[in-house]
Design a protein around this ligand. Sequence first.
Ligand SMILES: Cc1cc2nc3c(=O)[nH]c(=O)nc-3n(C[C@H](O)[C@H](O)[C@H](O)COP(=O)(O)OP(=O)(O)OC[C@H]3O[C@@H](n4cnc5c(N)ncnc54)[C@H](O)[C@@H]3O)c2cc1C
Length: 383
Amino acid sequence: MRRDIFSEDHDLFRSQVRRFVEKEVAPKVADWNARGMSDRETWRRAGAEGLLGVCAPAEFGGAGADFLYAAIVNEEMARVRAHGMMLSLHADICLPYLLVYGTPEQKRRWAPGAVSGDVLLGIAMTEPGAGSDLAGIATTARRDGDTYVLNGAKTFISNGQIGDLFVVVAKTDPHARPAHSGVSLLLVEGTTPGFIRGKKLDKLGLRGQDTSELFFEDCRVPATQLLGREGQGFKMLMQQLQQERLVIAITAVASCRRALDDTVVYVKERRAFGKAIAAFQNTQFKLAELATQVEVGQAFVDRLLVAHVRGDDIVSEVSMAKWWTTDLQKRLTSDCVQLHGGYGFMLETPIAEDYADAAVQSIYAGTNEIMKVIIARRMGLGG
Ligand SMILES: Cc1cc2nc3c(=O)[nH]c(=O)nc-3n(C[C@H](O)[C@H](O)[C@H](O)COP(=O)(O)OP(=O)(O)OC[C@H]3O[C@@H](n4cnc5c(N)ncnc54)[C@H](O)[C@@H]3O)c2cc1C
């Protein structure tokens, strides 16, 4: 079905992105998965192609385009299973912090490099002892003259090895009540003394991604690298999470499509009992049901995309899309593995990787349970 949210210009852009991704990204995915991280050269090429600054202002080298263009980039990356290169994390999740809350000096210093692919971004919220309960973080940033002294440990940080600049969530007032009012954001360069990259973590899926531990040991960060105001960190995070969760829903639906398309091809080729697997009614019904759910998910995501571009407050609806589409992705990839039989369990079959990659989608960017907490709270339920 034609998606009527895109103009002719969007379609042309998609063709350009698809050409680039198929030539420059897809051939590298297997190597990234084997090495556990992407490579800088491809990031720079993506920057030169204009894919990292789609929505960034022209003064920083960006295209200043609407978010539908960013959605196209995310969909095309998901289509080739390029999860190892966390392009959306860099361009659509981290860069907006700098662009929305950064001082003119902060933007001048880092935004052009982020758009060109020379300064890779990450965000360090989660800690060994606090993920969903973000106000419970223990990392502190103590003001000392014209610096903040950062101490603490972060874990599960995407781009943890390759990243150059991190938005670090820390408590500038550990005794503040309520606790979230003591949370601030700092821009911290990976080369800062006291910034220690821990180990790259071994994972079930997203094997091409350098999810890592980070440690801060008396890491002195110039006070000029505070993002926004002290104590406003939690508010900024909440404001930006709408786009982060929308990105997850976009990639969930795109990944579902890819898994479904590949499975349709497979069941037509594979034979049992003298006929194609596709000829069994169970196969037909299962795939018909999944295709229906993908279309339902796409219709919802497209509606949210339009509302997001318009600037609407769609926190509840984005939370709904995040949990629903990622749950769908998990069910769909599981069913598609089943339809592949034993080959579905072999890592050389892309569907096996899809199944493993889907598992995290309901966990990060706020777990699906937290999405339901947000929805319920906005419905006026609970305390
Ligand atoms: C591959 C990967 C990449 C990641 N990248 C990043 C990154 O770049 N930066 C970053 O900061 N973090 C990142 N994370 C961390 C991720 O955001 C957290 O794992 C996530 O927020 C969940 O936190 P947690 O792991 O501490 O789980 P917990 O908070 O301990 O949750 C455990 C379980 O309890 C449930 N639970 C918790 N609270 C409630 C509640 N109130 N009601 C009902 N159920 C509840 C959860 O839903 C979950 O099922 C990444 C994680 C992974 C796996």
